[in-house]
Design a protein around this ligand. Structure first.
Ligand code: HEM
Length: 364
């Protein structure tokens, strides 16, 4: 026979007090009392606003940019890795956008700022492959909490119109897991131009071949133009990077290889802040060639959203938490800017049809 705890004993007290406490705790938990406040795309919009995003129809990040069009030619090695129609061998149209990474649409070009490239490759059967890549070696955030803190630290100080260096330093110091990412960013040698720069997805993706075999990769879009250092490049024109890209495209097409770095066991697929093994195999899956430049004010790439989770069959997202975050925030940025009257971009249609700089950036 079971004995009930004696009246007044600790066990009796526990039996009386614990059930309502647990029930209350459960109700409070389901109501969100103990969870940190959730971070939504709107919170990120506020952080971009604090970091200098103007609104006015501009992207909330990578706000200064210019559009390009051209072609993608796949290599047979792409088809071996992914069953995507993109790699079936056809010469496919590409739309791209070069940009500066900050949220500032009127930022003068300068060598200190990170640059980026976004691509959309379309097949006649409707395969749509969008990518958004930057020229830094590793991502300086690993998850949503880092991303929120990172853009918080980018808030402009009203006195200097620059992020507070102490906030940026604190962000780095409080996150020892980002040490390598910051070291590699510091060691990164910036190129003279957008044309000889290479761009990285940082986030990882999963390729599926025709047998169902899966391969985790990181993408790089690697310049075929020779390296030249940024030092000494002409910064006497606030659009010199974009104008020199236009000027080169006026003379000849420009090509980049799309290279997959293949993950080996131990490479962290879900964390873009960590390096992969330097000996990982690299496979060129195709070449992208741009033939013409446009101001984003007169190109379909202006309104386009290069959400990196818009992918064709045969390419899918990895379990990197930043990819889902990026998708929701890019879509919010897109929805917000689409509802605004667009102010003129810094790279105007006139800059694209009448470039005035010589290749040394000094102007004519
Ligand atoms: C691996 C990390 C990332 C890479 C490589 C990357 C790259 C890029 C590039 C290249 C663009 C410009 C696309 C264009 O030209 O339209 C872009 C846009 C943007 N990025 Fe990221 N990004 C990353 C992470 C993030 C994160 C974590 C956030 C915020 C949570 C973010 C927010 C944005 C926003 C708001 C835009 C503008 C979207 C639009 O209005 O179309 N990015 N990103």
């Amino acid at each position: 026979m079971a004995h009930s705890p004696r009246k007044g004993s600790p066990a009796r007290w526990a039996a009386v007090v614990l059930p309502p406490l647990c029930l209350g705790g459960l109700m409070a938990w389901t109501a969100g009392v103990f969870r940190p406040p959730s971070i939504s795309p709107s919170h990120f919009m506020q952080r971009f606003h604090n970091a200098g995003a103007l609104g006015d129809g501009f992207r909330r990040a990578h706000a200064k940019g210019m559009c390009v069009t051209g072609w993608f030619d796949p290599s047979p090695k792409g088809q071996a890795l992914s069953r995507s129609g993109i790699f079936k061998g056809e010469h496919l149209p590409v739309m791209g956008r070069f940009s500066l990474a900050p949220p500032l649409p009127y930022l003068p070009d300068n060598p200190a700022v990170a640059r980026s490239l976004a691509l959309q490759i379309l097949s006649p059967k409707g395969d749509d492959w969008r990518m958004a890549l930057v020229d830094v070696p590793l991502q300086s955030m690993r998850d949503i909490a880092d991303a929120y803190a990172f853009f918080g630290a980018a808030k402009l100080d009203p006195a200097t119109h620059k992020p507070d260096p102490v906030a940026v330093q604190t962000y780095a110091v409080q996150r020892p897991w980002l040490k390598t990412a910051f070291e590699q960013a510091k060691a990164h040698k910036q190129t003279s131009d957008l044309t000889n720069d290479s761009y990285n997805s940082l986030d990882s993706f999963i390729l599926t071949d025709s047998t169902g075999k899966k391969t985790a990769v990181r993408w790089s879009v690697v310049a075929k133009e020779p390296f030249a250092p940024a030092e000494g490049s002409g910064a006497n024109d606030g659009n010199y990077l974009f104008k020199r890209l236009v000027q080169t495209l006026d003379q000849r097409p420009l090509s980049w290889d799309i290279v997959a770095t293949i993950a080996r066991d131990g490479d962290p697929v879900n964390d873009p802040s960590q390096p992969w093994d330097a000996a990982d195999q690299k496979v060129t899956v195709g070449t992208v060639t741009f033939t013409k430049a446009y101001s984003e004010d007169e190109s379909p790439c202006g309104p386009m959203v290069f959400d990196p989770t818009i992918l064709p069959d045969g390419i899918s997202v990895s379990d990197d938490p930043l990819l889902a975050l990026r998708s929701s925030v890019y879509m919010r940025s897109y929805a917000t800017r689409s509802a605004e009257h667009k102010a003129p971009s810094m790279v105007t249609p006139g800059d694209v049809t009448n470039p005035t700089l010589t290749p040394d950036g000094k102007g004519q």
